[in-house]
Design a protein around this ligand. Sequence first.
Ligand code: ADP
Ligand code: MG
Length: 704
Amino acid sequence: MSNTLLDTPIEFLKGVGTARADLLKTELSVFKFGDLLYKFPFRYVDKSTFQTIKDLSYDGVSAQLKGTLVSLELVKGANNRRRLVGLFKDSSGFVELIWFQRAKVLSEILVAGAKYVLYGQLKIYKGKKSFAHPELELLEKAEKSIKGAFDPVYYTTEKLSGRGLDAKGIRKCMVALFEKLSKRDIVENLPEYLLSSLKLMGKYDALKEVHFPTSQATLEAAQKRLKFEELFYMQMRLLQTKAIRKRDIKGFVFEIVGEKFNRFFAEKLPFTLTGAQKRVIKEIRADLGSGIHMNRLVQGDVGSGKTMVALMCMLIAIDNGFQNCMMAPTEILARQHYQSVMEYVSGLGIRVAFLSGTVKGKKRAELLKMLAAGDIDILIGTHALIEDPVIFKNLGLAIIDEQHRFGVEQRAKLWRKNPAGPPHVLVMTATPIPRTLAMTLYGDLDVSVIDELPPGRKDVTTKHFTETRRPHVLNFMHHEIKKGRQIYVVYPLIEESEKLDLQNLNSGYEMLLQYFPPENFNISVLHGKMKPKDKDFEMERFVSGKTHIMVATTVIEVGVNVPNASVMIIENSERFGLSQLHQLRGRVGRGAEQSYCILMTSYKVSKEGRERIDTMVRTNNGFEIAEADMQLRGAGNIEGVQQSGYMDFAIANLATDTPILTAARHIAEKILHADSALEDPKNAIIRREIVKMHKKHKNYGRIS
Ligand code: ADP
Ligand code: MG
């Protein structure tokens, strides 16, 4: 079913032509009529309501005013550049207008004394209100053009605007497009039974309505339909990938729970598992025994005990004669896993080894030989584990800790390490991710959630202080050290300037030395530029309690476990993202003591920085923090999301469309459950759409 109109090259649209078409291609990836159709407005302006100048009260607010352009003047600036300055008046007062670009042209178009509708973003500087580059439309004309209640505003770029394709110009293109377009050109891609049961608008109507809304209610209905369609097919794709993998890939069967597991459980397990840990281990065990290939995500808050879950699963693999590997994103974390696993399994006759870039020469060669011969049961390390020459004899289970630093590509590499076939894969997140993101990023994985912390954990008390409270903070540090506790002081990584980083860290260290002199106190320093050997040395001194304070950059962020450390001081905390702050805070509160997290900031903090700090002070719950993070930054900016390739939504928004996504996934599951091959005639439309997707995404169905 080819669709000639939608496939028409964009240069043939009325008012476009070759020059603009070239720009549309490079700037917006619009090649054909159909591409333009899917460039949806990012907001709408209600043309029927106006504000008054008097009531505009904060910087950055969008405003629509009705009034008179009182005066207009071209002014020559210092560097000979002209700017256009105007004065605008409505019934409540005056406001200044200013244009730096196209000043001359605009001075000839705009008419002083005429009535206009003004649209722009208010600027308030030192109490004075102004608009830079407002859009003005003659009132008379504006009133004529108020067809619908809302005007769509399209995303555009500076280059496009320069060619007349500003938001308004794109709107004109859309009008031209819809003059050509009729219902016949738009193929409905949701089956009738879904449209009626979910009360969804038809596709053509929805497309027309989002571009040319007639009322708030119909606009919302149209958006809902298009969002549903987008999320539904994304979920279909993920769930089918998962189903195909389950059908086509045989997983090793771990039939027994044997001696190693049972002995560990009876003799070694240093605590009682939480209910959540038990449940998750059970879920994993069911996978491992099923003959289906496991690809499971374990989500759990910081400190929920994911490592123990991983270890117990590895014991099952060993009982069934398989090897294991566990990958961590940093050397320090990998070593720490190595040490704790060694301790846990000592005396059980399990062979544990460590591999990272620092293991070289003869030692490495020896290790690789043992690995290939099957003489190593658990290999722990960094991403060196998936580098080429590393080959296992029979890798049964691969555990990836703190997933978001490992890409899909790296997950795939693991598969080739094992001549015996694809190992079961267990992915563990460092911090929780919002449910909608989990459904998308890991939509093809099964998910287990550890939603319970080990008993006796006290919530970390979190405080926010500015520099004026420094003496108080130093006193508090003294106090805690006297009680036998240890303290982290963390400095941000400033990506643009590693030098500045170290400066910060070093001056912080110098400052601390004055208050904690070497005669009585020991301080460790740790940063990314240090040699691994020195890092280990400093870390080890802190872990064993020889040093009181650990001054570090974020290298300690993930996973590090020193239960006696009870204070986390984060300097310039406004520079950190929420999940990073939460991860850092998770380094304390690991023992029985009351722990503290102190967020230091400068006096001036941006609105968003302030919200992050407030969120941290308000809650200890990682799932809540993850959600707040997504609301603050938008889904597209969360780590790992960009690379996923699942995020190029034309209209859906994961941060706000949770209910639609949840419904879409639920319905996709139900349909596939009842009709896995989509053979039922009533699902023919879905099947056809998915075939189309296959063609578009060449990698579709590729196993990762
Ligand atoms: P995370 O989920 O952040 O990786 P860890 O696995 O590092 O957490 O566990 C955090 C701490 O909690 C460790 O010191 C670990 O020994 C301890 N722990 C794990 N499970 C339990 C439990 N059921 N009871 C008590 N302590 C536990
Ligand atoms: Mg961990």
